[in-house]
Design a protein around this ligand. Structure first.
Ligand code: G4P
Length: 577
């Protein structure tokens, strides 16, 4: 139950009544009122602190094209939060370029990404949860799912390379969900594109509406610092890289203050004045509500490596970024302030040690408090589960935690109960929306290479699909299994893990599919749908949840099919209602 104004009014009116009850015969009533009052005060106090806990949480993800500086920025943010003591403590969790066949690299990645899946720290009384998003494009699906668990994102862009392909894809997903975004333009210590050209590029390629909240004074060799429009000050770049040194000068009236010329030189001062004038004319004023609604994206400039512009970014982030937001379920909108716990699984991580088959399911708390040893209802499996050692994450450590709040991520040890997208509640039959599958880009038949291990193969495939490593489609016609992935790397990961964790062997065979389209007929009994099923029989399959999928070999086929069967709708994601 969320705190309502009525409760507070009741509380106040009870207090007023208390002062009137002075006669001895009213003592009994008086004590009853005191009792009710103190119970209510405890309730109110508990709820106030619950609300405070929600409001101080900031759960977000950093997205970028590989090499733009996501890892470096994450590390600098952790340094500010005092969560780590020195640079280099956050291990780089990206797969090295060209390492597609290096299984040790895959294993290394899996190991490291458990510890960096969630990085939590406190800063200015705020609890910050950074959710890691793999940069490698073959793991894009993982990143898409993680984006269902964030309340906002920071987009990192390399000043020299501008907007790159992976950033475009990820921002498109954020835009679809109206996730508030802040843009950080990184590597200002290097020569790069003109700041205005870059902001144009961001608007055009990413479809955003930006407004700068900081602006560089010079760039590369001439980089002198940043004018912070948000805080109205100048941060001078010391050039003493990798040390946390910078000079901040409060500076409000840039246009008329002659001090600016003394600080940055006449030429740079003149240029900055012109640029700020242009910003004033061309870009919208920052409006927090527009940012929260996903309609306006503030831009910061800096150099993560030199720890420059990062504090400004963090200070603004904690001030404007949203605390946990309501989330849509299939039946209703769930508010974080609701008393009853609810949450959903957005990531499953297999144990690194093949001898222990248990996994870690990452659950985002949407409402209420998640308590250790309390039974929660697993909606899909229709059963109660208790968790004696839920993990919370702090910097790069994980520890057992008794209570977690909305916005927090809890890691639950799992022996095969969870699938990605599962919902936990306190009994309510409700499932959260928003973990759709996207059409994979590669498709291959999977064959059993060791007939004695058929069971192991089936179990392995099943569990790996639950983890979201890839998607499984079963052909309607002959029950043959097809694995769909975002990148070719996953086939090697699956083959390797089937062998090392399940003792099963597999081979692949090409299957020429361009896209998987989820099928929804307007009328399942119509002649049109029956004909569609008969004609397309060879290309129809079921996904893991039993939904009908049409495996199309080209965009042309999709177009032709749509025009021939207008009442049979085709969708490129599994969630379309
Ligand atoms: P990613 O997670 O987005 O993939 O990027 P990451 O932080 O690993 O950074 C990619 C490369 O860019 C790294 O160099 C990193 O040091 C560098 N970098 C990050 N921020 C800045 C910056 O502000 N200025 C400059 N000049 N470089 C920056 P690397 O040589 O690939 O790795 P390393 O040997 O430095 O670790």
């Amino acid at each position: 139950m969320a705190i309502k104004k009525k409760h507070i009014n009741d509380f106040i009116s009870l207090n007023n009544k208390k002062t009137k009850s002075s006669k001895p015969k009213q003592n009994r009533i008086y004590f009853q009122i005191v009792l009710i009052n103190s119970t209510f005060a405890t309730y109110l106090y508990k709820n106030m602190s619950f609300l405070k806990e929600i409001q101080r949480r900031r759960t977000f993800g950093i997205i970028s094209h590989p090499d733009a500086g996501k890892t470096t920025l994450t590390e600098k943010l952790l340094l500010f939060g005092g969560a780590i003591q020195e640079a280099g403590a956050v291990k780089n969790n990206k797969i090295k370029k060209g390492a597609t066949s290096d299984f040790m690299e895959i294993e290394r990645q899996r190991g490291i990404s458990v510890s960096t899946s969630v990085l939590a720290f406190n800063y200015n009384d705020k609890k910050i949860n950074i959710l890691d998003t793999p940069g490698h494009k073959d793991f894009a699906e993982d990143t898409f799912r993680t984006l269902t668990a964030v309340d906002s994102v920071i987009v990192v862009i390399d000043v020299a390379k501008g907007v790159e392909e992976q950033t475009e894809k990820l921002v498109a997903v954020c835009r679809m969900r109206n996730i508030p975004m802040i843009v950080f333009i990184n590597k200002l210590d290097r020569e790069g594109k003109d700041a205005f050209d870059l902001m144009d590029e961001v608007e055009q390629k990413l479809g955003l509406t930006v407004t700068p909240l900081s602006f560089p004074i010079g760039m590369g060799y001439d980089f002198q610092g940043i004018y912070n429009l948000w805080e109205q000050n100048i941060n001078l770049f010391s050039g003493d890289s990798r040390k946390n040194i910078e000079e901040t000068i409060a500076f409000s009236d840039v246009q008329n203050n002659p001090e600016l010329d003394k600080i940055v030189g006449q030429k740079a001062a003149q240029k900055l004045r012109e640029e700020l004038e242009l910003i004033d004319e061309v870009y919208p004023k920052f409006d927090r509500q527009d940012y929260l609604d996903g309609k306006l994206q503030p831009v910061f400039f800096g150099s993560a490596l030199n720890n420059f512009g990062v504090r400004e970014l963090l200070d603004c982030f904690v001030a404007i970024a949203p605390s946990p937001r309501p989330k849509d379920s299939e039946t209703r909108l769930v508010d974080p302030t609701e008393e009853k716990m609810s949450g959903f699984v957005f990531k499953i991580h297999a144990n690194m040690d093949p001898k222990h088959r248990d996994r870690l399911a990452f659950i985002k708390i949407v409402s209420g408090t998640f308590e250790r040893n309390k039974p929660y209802y697993h909606v899909r499996q229709k059963k109660n589960l208790k968790f004696s050692s839920p993990n919370a994450f702090f910097a790069e450590k994980k520890e057992i935690v008794d209570i977690s709040y909305p916005g927090d991520i809890v890691g639950l040890h799992d022996t095969g109960n969870f699938k990605i997208g599962d919902t936990l509640t306190e009994g309510e039959l409700m499932s959260f929306k928003g973990i759709p599958s996207f059409s994979p880009e590669h498709f291959r038949y999977i064959n059993n290479a060791d007939p004695m291990k058929a069971k192991q193969l089936d179990k392995g495939i099943d569990q790996l699909m639950d983890e979201g490593v890839a998607q499984l489609f079963t052909l309607e016609m002959n029950n043959r299994k097809i694995i769909g992935t975002v990148g070719a790397l996953q086939y090697e990961v699956i083959q390797y893990r089937l062998e090392h964790e399940y003792g099963a062997k597999c081979t692949y065979e090409n299957f020429p599919v361009h896209k998987a389209c989820w099928v929804k007929p307007n009328d399942p009994k119509s002649e049109e749908f029956k004909e569609f099923k008969r004609i397309k029989q060879k290309f129809l399959a079921h996904d893991k949840y039993g939904q009908l999928v049409f495996l199309a070999d080209s965009d042309f086929t999709i177009q032709m099919t749509q025009s021939k069967y207008p009442n049979v709708k085709l969708f490129f994601t599994s969630e379309f209602e």
